[in-house]
Design a protein. Structure first.
Length: 265
């Protein structure tokens, strides 16, 4: 197995974008008006989640059948050496409610690391793309994280809604920042961070999975941001507790949350 070439990644990007654009009319038609059911973990799923994942997998399999496939709806073997990881509709709850925060998310994982990521906001027709070492774009134009300091920052705290530790941590973090918006969808929040609208995100004790984070963390890193797992100096997308942010706020955010979590343990 060899690492995919830049030429292959560009072909893959064209195939993914064409597939998502083809699916967009059906997604827009279903947005806010589709039936849903609850999965065993109580999260929601619709027929569009299943259809989108199936169509993306088919397109990528046709591109190169030797590359593995994984996804939220069909199952994910994260030990494959090279595979596509798909979150067909990130933010299904927002999707069924008609809120404009849902995205399609795709990452190519090579030897345990995302090397290409796509996030498509089909409602706004915003296509975000990143390749490891190649920068990040929105609709083909380069994007960059902001350089705002913590007192001017919008920071997102991502954890289980009913986590009792959240109450005090939220209050203390709010005193340090300009605002704490919440879109309740990781893909949307990552894209906002990569284009400089939001400065950071703290994730711990979350229901999120690898497919919720792999495309977005790569996008923000390639837009000039930083990401590390809690209590380490490294980042593994399979570890779902991490801090991500611009270069100015990152160290302060990480120091803050590590101290807070140690205090409540």
């Amino acid at each position: 197995m060899t690492q995919p070439t830049p030429e292959f990644l560009e072909r893959a990007n064209r195939v993914i974008r064409a597939t998502l654009l083809e699916l967009r009319p059906r997604l827009l038609e279903a947005h806010g008006s589709i039936e849903h059911r609850l999965k065993d973990d109580k999260s929601v799923v619709t027929e569009m989640d299943v259809l989108v994942e199936k169509r993306i997998h088919e397109a990528l399999h046709n591109l190169d059948p030797a590359i593995g496939l994984a996804g939220e709806e069909t199952g994910a073997d994260l030990d494959q050496p090279l595979f596509w990881l798909v979150d067909p509709i990130d933010g299904t709850e927002s999707f069924i409610r008609g809120l404009p925060f849902s995205t399609n998310m795709i990452a190519l994982i090579y030897k345990g690391e995302p090397i290409m990521g796509v996030i498509y906001n089909f409602f706004l027709d915003e296509y975000f793309h990143a390749v490891k070492g190649g920068g990040a774009t929105m609709n083909g134009h380069p994007i960059r994280v902001s350089d705002r300091s913590l007192d001017r920052a919008y920071i997102i705290l991502g954890t289980k809604i009913k986590n009792p530790a959240l109450i005090g941590i939220t209050d203390r973090l709010r005193l340090k920042v300009a605002g704490m918006p919440k879109a309740a969808t990781g893909g949307y929040e990552f894209t906002a961070m990569a284009r400089g609208a939001i400065e950071g995100r703290i994730v711990f004790d979350t229901t999120g999975k690898a497919w919720d984070f792999a495309p977005g963390t790569l996008l923000v890193k390639e837009a000039g941001g930083r990401v590390e797992n809690l209590h380490t100096r490294t980042y593994d997308y399979r570890d779902t507790e991490f801090v991500i942010g611009n270069q100015v706020v990152f160290d302060e955010l990480k120091t803050f949350i590590e101290a807070e979590l140690e205090a409540v343990e």
